[in-house]
Structures are given as structure tokens and as C-alpha cells.
Design a protein around this ligand. Sequence first.
Ligand code: NDP
Length: 610
Amino acid sequence: MTERKFNIGERVRAKWPGSGLYFEGEIEDFNDIEYLVKFDDEDESKLAVKYRDVAALTSFKRSRSRSRGRSPTRVPKSPNKKTSKSPGRVQAAKRSPGRPRASSKSPARISKTEITMLNSTANSSESNKSPSRASSRRIVNSSASSSFSQNSRSSNEEKTRVTSLRQSPRLSSDEKSNDVKNLSAKPSSSSGSKTRRWASIKRALATVWDVLLPALTSLPLIIFIALAPLTMSYACTKKNCTVLEVPTFSSQVKQYYDIRAVAITLGLLVLHLVLSYIPVRSRVLPNGAKARTNGLVLLLVSCLLFPLAHYFKLNVSEVYTLLRPLIVSHAALGLVFGLALYIKSFYAPRSNRNPRIVGHFLPDFIEGREVNPRIGSIDIKSFFIKHSIIVSSLLLLVLVIREFQLTTKANYNNEFFVLAALQLFYCLDFLLFEENFYSTWEYTRQGSGYFLTGFYLTMPYYFIVNTRVLMMFRSPLPWYCIAGIVVIYLAGYILVRGANNQKHAFRTNPSDPNLAHLESLPTSAGTRLLVSGWWGVVRHPNYLGDLLVQLSLCLLCGFKHGLPWLNLFLSFASLLHRIYETERTCSLKYGLSWSTYTGRVKYKLLPKVF
Ligand code: NDP
């Protein structure tokens, strides 16, 4: 089996499907067997090319044959560059029996209209065509489609048909002869050497850029993920929780390290790992993988720690005093697991490799080289997100217990309890609908690297920022304000839950009678896109719902403290990034169907605004 040699963005020469000719282009994406190559023709055709038919630009220069003998794989320097081939030879190639006439056609002459994405209806009509007509077409596997995606790698239905590899009738005989002339004229040697020098300078610069840019962008992200929650905790002083002052870090070791914090961190992780091995609520996912939707069971068992601690006369609210050492131990664990997953990925099955890896340590360490790593029967990605949600819930309960202990009934901090209840509800909701996680972008496409381990393990400490703010600084609100905020929360919750449920149900069973009222678009990938219901309001209704929920949690804290709002801003930035990421992938995967969808549902996040 040919190994993959190139990464996204690399310049290569690739064999134009159906011909023996190689042309320059750029790697746009890849899956297990093919690259998606964007050719340098005027239409920037994107075609799937097998690994073995893609070569480095340099390898051609070295191996260019001087032989005058005709060879079907003889390579012109580029579609429009001049070669020493005689016109006769090009035409002879066209004449060779059994070879599609247009196979020698340069990419520059294949127009966009000739590359059509056909949906299932079109596929069936195609099958009725005469064999000779059908054979004059080339079928290229999933050029801009889901063979480049994770969850539908196995889907054979997705085909992009590149039509008219026969000569286009538009092409006059004059044009043909011009083209042949172009191919046959020889470049002057001085311009050739200049071009080569320029190309090697560009290659050297690209290599430096390739190494430096990922390092420059990845390092700050690693530092940010590791330090942000601790910095946030120091940003909360007795005066306020601000983002306007540089926090002063303590120099005392006990602020960062406490054996009890390490024991709690490791204890909870081991408990959840052990419980995950118990075959409770095992199910087979739509992609064939096995998973355990056992989050609620893990939470219930973890909650037994509270009565257990009470029995042993341990005061659980003291966990609050260990917050900083807990943050440090979770951040350190995130780094350790990030490294472990990075090393593990080298032994991962090829089918599970992340197509977005770039081949450099730092970016691949962050992004993750594997998409859905497993340890035995445990799916690591879903394990980490469940663990994170459960730790968040336990921390919230610790804060609630502490608040009960410190205040009297007459003096209850109502806003705090409302906030804690809404946050706990959001955690429970995730665990209750855990199955939906397996049809999200995060599960099906995001790599499992340090971003996942580092962020998920420290997420509980971002999550409780608002609760801590209200615990430290009361922010009394009239009841109607609290009621209004709860309404915003519920609107957001209904949106996020409704949209996620609708998509999950539709993805699991598109012919579900409960969804019969929804309109959908067929795609070349065999799946369908919802264009009505929640997914007809905006293209990311679940993100909008998520943002409304988070907005309501900030509003409860008032406007005096900047930290909760910084959290909201970070969430917004991450969702914005996700919007562009998912849309890029979907447009590659679904092509024409995605454009139809975006034409019909015009707004990404907020109707009439964005
Ligand atoms: P999504 O649940 O938004 O999934 C995106 C995928 O949904 C697409 O890749 C596509 O999958 C499918 N899809 C898109 N449009 C349609 C349509 N019209 N009809 C049918 N399917 C469609 O993935 P995420 O992982 O980004 O989000 C999951 C949850 O996590 C959300 O609730 C989100 O709010 C939350 N989240 C929160 C963040 C935060 O910072 N607070 C950050 C990121 C996520 P396919 O290719 O399989 O067709």
C-alpha cells in the first residue's frame, strides 16, 4: 500500500485522472487512499488522486526522461508550460486505443460546468445511460466529498462525477492546434533556470514557514490552555474579579501543589476509568464503533462520595480551599495525557488518523493525530468530556454545600443558587443526552490531542468562574430580572437541545416518521442536510442556543466583574472558529448541496445579522 507523503498545502504534481499526464497543483485534503488536489488550471479543479499518482515537484525534474520514445506517462512541466514534445506525439497519445480521447486534455480546458456533483437521483439516471456513454465519463471517488471526512470514510455512495473527458464540442480545431503548439514549444534555457531558482527559493521559504508558523501559533495556545484557568483564579481578588489588572501570582508552593489535590484528581480519574470498563449502556454507534453512554451512572456513583466523606467526618467544602492545586494538577494531567495520546497515535490504525495533521510536533500535539482513540473498550474522547462534566458538577456541589454552610436561611444568596441550579441542569442535560455527542463535529472530526485533554481537564475551572464570582460578591437582582434571565436561559436551552436532538435523530434515522415534516436536501455523500426546523433558521442553531445559555449565566453575575464576560468572549471566539471550520469541511464534503443550503439558509448564527 502506498504511504501518504504530502500534507495539506504542499505543492505537487498529480496525475490528471483518466490521463497519463501530470500537472502541478496543491494538496487540499486527503483521506486514507487519496489526496484532494487543487490543480493550477483556470478553474482550479479539485480532483481526488490516488497516493501513488502524486509526486513531489522535484522528483520530476530529476527523473525527466530524455528519451524520444512515446510514453503514456510522459509529463509536461505544467498544463500550460512548453515542452519539447512534438505535436505529433501529443496527438498520437490521444489516438491510442482504449484511452479516452480527452484524457490528454489539459486541466485548463476543463470548465467548472463539466464537473458536476450528482445526487442520488442523478446517479440512478446515470445508470440508465448507454454503456458507451457511461464509460466515456470518469468517476472520481469523492473529490470534494466525504471520503475526506472521518465519519463517512466508508461511504461508497459519494461520488463526484467529472464529466466530459471527451473533447468538448466548444473546442474548435483552432483551439486544439493552439494548445498543441503551446505544449510543443520549448522554453529558453535562461528563463527555465530562473524559474527553477525561484521555485527552489519558494520551496525553502515554504519549509521555513511550514515549521515556524505552526510553532509560533501552537506554543501560545499550549501556554494559554495550561495557564488560563490558574490566571483566572488569581484574577479574582477580594476586591473584584477583573480582567483589567494583571493578576499577582503567589510564590508559595502550597498554592500550586497539595498532595490532597493530586489524590482527588487521580482518584476521580481512576474511579471513572474503572467504572467505564463496566459494560453499562453499551451501544453501537451509527459509524459502527462501540461506545458506552454511561455518563449519568458515573455521576451518580461519584455523588456517593459526598455521603461517604460525611461518614468519615471529612468536610467536602474544604475542597474549595484546594482550588489552585486542583487546577495545577488537572493542567499537568492534561499535558501528560496529551503526550500519551500523541505517542499512542503512532500505533493507531490508519483509518483513525486525523486528516488535519501537518507533520510537526507542536501543532499535531495540540490537534491530535488520532480522531477517536480507544483504550480497549473505552472511547477516550467521550470519556474525557464525561469526566470533565462530572468534575464540573461535583465542584458545583462543593460550592453549594460551602454556601449553605457559610450562610443562614435568612441570608441566602439567591442569585448564586439560581446560577448553580442552571449550571447543574446544563451538566445533567449533557449526560442525559450523551448519545447526541457521537454525531457532533467534535466527536466525528476533531483530533484527540492536547487541546482535548488540556481543555477538557481544566474546563471545570472555567465553568465555575461565574459561580465563584457570585459566591464572593453578591449581586442582588430584583425577581423580575432573575425571571427574565431564566427566560433567556430556557430559550437558549430549547434551541441548543432542540437543534442537537433534531440533527442527531435525523442522522441516526432519516426516515423517522417524527421528522417527516422536515425538509431536507440530498447530498453527493448519501446523507441529507436539514433545511427546515431549527436548521432552517440559521446554519448553526445549536451554537446560538449555547451562546444564549452562557449569556444568561453572565447576566446573573451583573456587569461589575469582567471575568465571567471574558469567559463568554472566549466561548464566542471558539464557536466562531468552529463555524468557519465546520463550514469549510461541509463545503468540501457536500459541494453543490452545501451551496444550495447556504443559499437557502443565509445566516450562520443570527438571522438578518450574521
Ligand atoms: P455540531 O453539532 O454543530 O455538528 C456540525 C455537523 O453537523 C456538521 O459537520 C454536519 O455533520 C452536521 N450538519 C451541519 N448542518 C447540518 C444540517 N443542516 N443538517 C444536518 N446535519 C448538519 O458540532 P459541534 O461539535 O461543533 O457542536 C456540538 C455542541 O457543542 C453544540 O451544541 C455546540 O454549541 C457545543 N460547542 C460549544 C463550544 C463552546 O465553546 N461553548 C465549542 C464547540 C462546540 P456531517 O458532516 O456529519 O454531515
